[in-house]
Design a protein around this ligand. Structure first.
Ligand SMILES: Cc1cc2nc3c(=O)[nH]c(=O)nc-3n(C[C@H](O)[C@H](O)[C@H](O)COP(=O)(O)OP(=O)(O)OC[C@H]3O[C@@H](n4cnc5c(N)ncnc54)[C@H](O)[C@@H]3O)c2cc1C
Length: 433
C-alpha cells in the first residue's frame, strides 16, 4: 500500500474518494474500480487492524459476498462454520439452529477485502485521516492528514472528487462537523439509551463453550457474545449500559459481571483482557446524502444488537450505493440525493424495527430468560425471526440503470431475478468515462 504525495502538491482530482476501508468502503471502492472509475480509498488506521465486532457473517452477509464475487476469497481464510446460536440468561440456556454463517476475524476479513479492492485497481492510502469539505466547481473536496513516521510532522493534502462515499463507520467521523449531517441535528439520532460496544480476543474459554456457535450471554448491564475464530482464539464482543461501565470500573469488569449473572461461571480472565470500546451504538446522521456525497454502511446509521445484521447490512449498502454511484459519478444530479435517501431507507426499513425490538428484549434479562424457557419447548418459534433477519434485500436484484430512477418507482417485480446475473448485466452496461 502506498501513501499520499508529499506536501505542497496541487490538489489531485479523482472520480471517487471512498473514506474508510471497512467492509463497506472496500466493497464500494472495488465495485467502482471494476466499473472503470478512478478510485482513491483512504483509511486512517494501519492494516491489518482490529475492529470491535462479533465477527459473525450471517447467511445473508455470505450471500452479499457471493453477489460481489468475494465469497471465495473469504472462504480461503478458513472461517469457522457457524450453525447454532446459544443463548444464556439467568443461568438458563437454549441452543437454536441458525442458517449457516461464518466466524472470521475482522483483521483478516477487512485486509482481504482491501486487497481485493487494490487488485481491482483501487489506489489505497492507509494511516491517512480524511475530512469531507465543501463542494466547488462540480467537485467535493476532501482534506487528508497523515503523520510522517520518520519525524513528528503532520502533513496534509486536499483531493477533489466527482463523488465522495463516506464509509467511515459508526458516528461518521469524516463528516461529523457537517451540521446538515450531524447525528445531533433534529433529524439525526443519538439514542439517549444507546449502549456502548466493546471487544477483545482471549485465547481460552471454559470447556462448556465450543466453536461453531454464537454464544450470547445476557445480563442486566448488557450482553456479551463469544465466538471462536479461524485462528482458534475467541472473539468477545459486547454492548453495555454506559452507567454500568462506570459503576463496575471498566469494560472487562462489566463483561465478567454479565457472564457471571448469565451462567453462574466466573470469567475473571475477561477483566484483564485488552478491551477496545466503540462510540454510542445507536446513532444515525440527519441525512445520508448531500451534493456529491453519499454515506454508506454504519456511517449511515446503526442500531444494536449484533445479530450478524451489521456486516450483512454494510455489504448490501455497499452493493446498492456503488450501483447508484456509477450513475452519479458520470452525471451528477441533485435527484441522486433523494435516490440514495430513499434506497437507504428501503434497505434498512424492514429490519430497523426488528433490531430495535431485539435491543429492547436484550435489555430485559427476565424477558430473555422467559424466552429461553419458551424456546426450549418450542425451538421452532425462533425460525420466523431468524428467517426475517437472513432475508436479502430485493434491491440487490435491481440493475444499476434502474436505480437511477426514483426508488419509489422500483416495483416489487424484481424480487425473483437471479442476483448474480443482474449484477453481471449491470456491470457490463455502465462504465465510468
Ligand atoms: C460490539 C459489536 C459487535 C458486532 N458484531 C457483529 C457481528 O457479529 N456480525 C455483524 O455482521 N456485524 C456486527 N457488528 C456490526 C459491524 O461491526 C458493522 O456493522 C460493520 O463493521 C460496518 O462496516 P463499515 O465498513 O460500515 O464500518 P467499519 O467497519 O467501522 O469501517 C469504517 C472504517 O473507516 C475508518 N475511518 C473512520 N474514520 C475515518 C477517517 N476520518 N478517515 C479515514 N478512515 C476513517 C475506520 O478506521 C474503519 O476502518 C458489531 C458491532 C459491534 C459494535
Amino acid at each position: 500500500m502506498i501513501g499520499p504525495l508529499a506536501d505542497g502538491h496541487e490538489h489531485q482530482t479523482r472520480d471517487v474518494v471512498v473514506i474508510g476501508a471497512g467492509v463497506t468502503g472496500s466493497i464500494v471502492a472495488r465495485e467502482l474500480a471494476r466499473a472503470g472509475c478512478d478510485v482513491l480509498l483512504v483509511e486512517r488506521k494501519a492494516f491489518p487492524r482490529r475492529k470491535v465486532c462479533g465477527c459473525c457473517l450471517s447467511a445473508r452477509a455470505i450471500r452479499g459476498l457471493e453477489t460481489a464475487g468475494l465469497a471465495d476469497v473469504v472462504r480461503d481464510l478458513h472461517p469457522i462454520e457457524l450453525d447454532r446460536l446459544s443463548l444464556r440468561a439467568a443461568r438458563r440456556s437454549v441452543e437454536l439452529p441458525m442458517p449457516a454463517g461464518w466466524a472470521v476475524s475482522r483483521s483478516a476479513l477487512d485486509l482481504t477485502l482491501l486487497q481485493a479492492a487494490e487488485s481491482a485497481g483501487v489506489e489505497v492510502w492507509t494511516e491517512v485521516a480524511a475530512t469531507v469539505g465543501e463542494c466547488a466547481d462540480d467537485r467535493r473536496m476532501v482534506s487528508l492528514v497523515w503523520e510522517d513516521p520518520a519525524a513528528p510532522v503532520v502533513h496534509s493534502e486536499r483531493v477533489a472528487a466527482r463523488l465522495v462515499v463516506a464509509a467511515d463507520g459508526l458516528g461518521h467521523p469524516s463528516t461529523r462537523h457537517v451540521i446538515a449531517l450531524s447525528s445531533n441535528h433534529p433529524e439525526g439520532e443519538v439514542s439517549a439509551h444507546s449502549r456502548l460496544g466493546g471487544g477483545c480476543e482471549v485465547s481460552q474459554v471454559p470447556a462448556s463453550f465450543v466453536g461453531g456457535a454464537i454464544h450470547m450471554l445476557v445480563g442486566r448491564d448488557g450482553y456479551v457474545g463469544l465466538t471462536q475464530l479461524e485462528s482458534g482464539t475467541w472473539n468477545v464482543a459486547a454492548a453495555f449500559d454506559r452507567t454500568a461501565i462506570k459503576q463496575r470500573g471498566g469494560l472487562g469488569q462489566t463483561a465478567a459481571n454479565v457472564v457471571l449473572e448469565a451462567t453462574g461461571e466466573s470469567f475473571d480472565f475477561l477483566i484483564d483482557a485488552d478491551w477496545s470500546g466503540t462510540p454510542l451504538l445507536t446513532q444515525a446522521p440527519a441525512q445520508v446524502a448531500l451534493e456529491r456525497l453519499f454515506l454508506a454502511g454504519d456511517a449511515a446509521g446503526y442500531v444494536e444488537p449484533f445479530t450478524g445484521e451489521g456486516m450483512a447490512g454494510a455489504i448490501e449498502s455497499a452493493l446498492v450505493v456503488s450501483r447508484l454511484a456509477i450513475n452519479a459519478v458520470n452525471d451528477w444530479r441533485s435527484e441522486w440525493i433523494e435516490s440514495w435517501t430513499g434506497l437507504h431507507r428501503r434497505l434498512i426499513r424492514q429490519r430497523a424495527w426488528l433490531c430495535r425490538g431485539l435491543a429492547q428484549l436484550l435489555r430485559r434479562p427476565w424477558a430473555v430468560s422467559a424466552s429461553i424457557d419458551l424456546l426450549r419447548h418450542w425451538p421452532g418459534l425462533a425460525a420466523p425471526l431468524l428467517r426475517s433477519l437472513n432475508a436479502s434485500s430485493d434491491l440487490l436484484n435491481v440493475p444499476a440503470m434502474a436505480l437511477a430512477t426514483h426508488p419509489d418507482a422500483l416495483t416489487q417485480r424484481v424480487t425473483t431475478t437471479d442476483v448474480r446475473t443482474s449484477a453481471r448485466r449491470s456491470e457490463g452496461r455502465i462504465r465510468c468515462q
